[in-house]
Ligand binder design. Structure first.
Ligand code: AHR
Length: 510
């Protein structure tokens, strides 16, 4: 009987583990590029329940808050080590008049949020509230100016209001509104998706307009031009051609790409999907690599010294809204599948750290691929949250190039590499983050660290029972971050077995 169960256990082990010659090699001797921590940035738009009823509940709320900001959300974001927050949009940015959102809340005008559900925007969250929140969570600010429906003067005055130490009508107004010292705003975006919701412009027209705006935004140190939608390579080509001789007014060019397994008009459910759809979603996440390579090649042609950065200031998995919720609010759950999508894309951003200096997942709370969901007093940390927490070891670390040899994970003739990884070194540690995309099989591989003598290994894992495992309000978490035990390295090598559908961190020390 015991022998029989031993055989069954052995058979199960063989059928659920891929034992081929998979190998990851870390080239520590070629480590030189810094991974800018702002690759781990976030995005909060005036959209649905991201800001209001998300992290901002107002100071009269019964929910525990500091200056109207939820304490539980602040704590979770600090623990995730959030470096940067983009605001106020998105599409909303190109309808926003910043002057509506400063001064006494009693007289701030209410407007219609035309892009997102036509709801009333009472402007109770504005510039001062945003900067207070950044300070509370320890994040740098990234402000997106209005090009679509604003004016050069409005943009210029906003920059002056926020950053100028001098005496002017704007800075006096700032002081009247309770802020004496100028703020430090790290990044400024000049327009958003100006090929679409930001004005339906041609790249030629937008590039000229960008030059005009950027010229007058004195005090905006780091300026970001609105970039391409997905694979619109012509947009990047025209922008680079028209901006390359004006490097003093452009620091970054953005790129937006969302993963929609079912396409734009029928995106698919966030929680109900089969293995074929899971595979397709990961394939679409991997498409980010092709986009980065192709847009980078165009940028390299005009800017071989990489003086203009690539800024992926919107990315994430975007599905149909949860049944019964406002379609304009983009509220969706998020599962283990999204943890893998996030892990892969963050690996890609790390691996391209020579060109990519910032990225912002959309969006921080309750919208699209959120790291946090809220309902009344309760809060859920999503699988994506745990990926950001795990990957925070890469912030400001030095990228270690990898070579990966591995099997394919194949569904219906479509193939994906079963392993996806990136590595970096910081404070004497070598950190490898690796995703096993195969939902059915553990993967065994050799981890070969060239030229370094690491002796201690420790690990963490994000996994779950099913590809659609998720964290639900009021229930025990199905997907979370746990310790992962491993063998210790011998002669610069480590044998590893990574469970099916998991994201793993391997940390090595000397
Ligand atoms: O993140 C949601 C929306 O997606 C943003 O407002 C817009 O920039 C993009 O199309």
């Amino acid at each position: 009987m015991r022998l029989q169960s031993f055989f069954i256990a052995a058979l199960l082990l063989v059928s659920s583990t891929v034992f081929a010659q998979n190998k990851i090699t870390a080239h520590t001797d070629s480590a030189k590029t810094k991974i800018n921590r702002d690759i781990y940035g976030h995005f909060a738009e005036h959209l649905g329940r991201c800001i209001y009823d998300g992290f901002y509940v107002g100071d009269t709320s019964l929910i525990d808050n500091i200056k109207g900001f939820r304490v539980d959300v602040i704590d979770a974001l600090q623990e995730m080590n959030i470096p940067l927050l983009r605001w106020p949009g998105g599409c909303f940015a190109d309808t926003y008049n910043w002057k509506d959102g400063v001064g006494s809340k009693k007289i701030r005008p209410s407007i219609v949020n035309v892009h997102w559900g036509g709801v009333t925007e009472d402007n109770s969250f504005g510039t001062h509230e945003f900067m207070d929140f950044c300070e509370l969570i320890g994040a740098e600010a990234y402000i997106n100016l209005n090009v679509g429906s604003g004016s050069v003067r409005e943009a210029k005055e906003w920059v002056e209001y926020m950053t100028s130490p001098n005496k002017s009508p704007m800075t006096e107004w700032r002081k009247e509104n309770g802020r004496d010292e100028p703020w430090k705003v790290k990044y400024w975006g000049i327009g958003n998706e100006n090929w679409g919701c930001g004005g339906n412009m041609t790249p030629e027209y937008y590039a000229d307009l960008y030059r005009n705006y950027a010229t007058y935004c004195h005090g905006a140190d780091y300026k970001i031009a609105g970039g391409a939608n997905v694979a619109d390579y012509n947009w990047t080509e025209v922008m680079m051609k028209k901006l390359v001789h004006h490097k003093h007014i452009v620091d970054g060019l953005s790129l937006h790409y969302y993963v929609h397994p079912g396409g734009w008009s029928n995106k698919g459910s966030a929680t109900e999907f089969d293995e074929a759809e899971y595979h397709l979603t990961l394939q679409k996440a991997l498409y980010m690599e092709e986009l980065i390579n192709n847009h980078s090649a165009i940028m390299d042609k005009y800017d071989p010294n990489k003086e203009i950065d690539m800024i992926v200031d919107e990315w994430g998995s975007w599905y149909d809204v949860e049944p019964g919720t406002n379609p304009g609010f983009l509220f969706q759950q998020n599962t283990l599948r999204d943890a893998l999508c996030a892990g892969m894309q963050l690996n890609m951003f790390n691996n391209h750290a020579d060109r990519i200096k910032m990225a912002n997942i959309a969006q921080m709370v309750n919208v699209i691929q959120a790291v946090i969901l809220t309902k009344g007093e309760t809060m859920v940390l999503t699988p994506t949250y745990y990926v950001f927490k795990m990957y925070s070891v890469h912030q400001d670390a030095t990228l270690v190039p990898l070579s990966i040899e591995c099997d394919d994970y194949e569904v219906g003739g479509e193939k994906l590499p079963v392993l996806h990884a990136s590595a970096s070194t910081k404070d004497g540690k070598l950190n490898l983050t690796v995703c096993n995309l195969d939902p059915n099989n553990d993967v065994e591989f050799e981890y070969d660290i060239l030229g370094e003598k690491y002796t201690k290994a420790s690990g963490q894992i994000i996994g779950g029972e099913k590809i659609n495992s998720l964290n639900e309000f009021g229930k025990e978490e199905e997907v979370t971050l746990k310790q992962f035990s491993l063998k210790q390295p011998k002669k610069g090598k480590l044998k590893l077995k990574i469970p099916a559908k998991s994201v793993v961190l391997i940390s090595l020390e000397k």
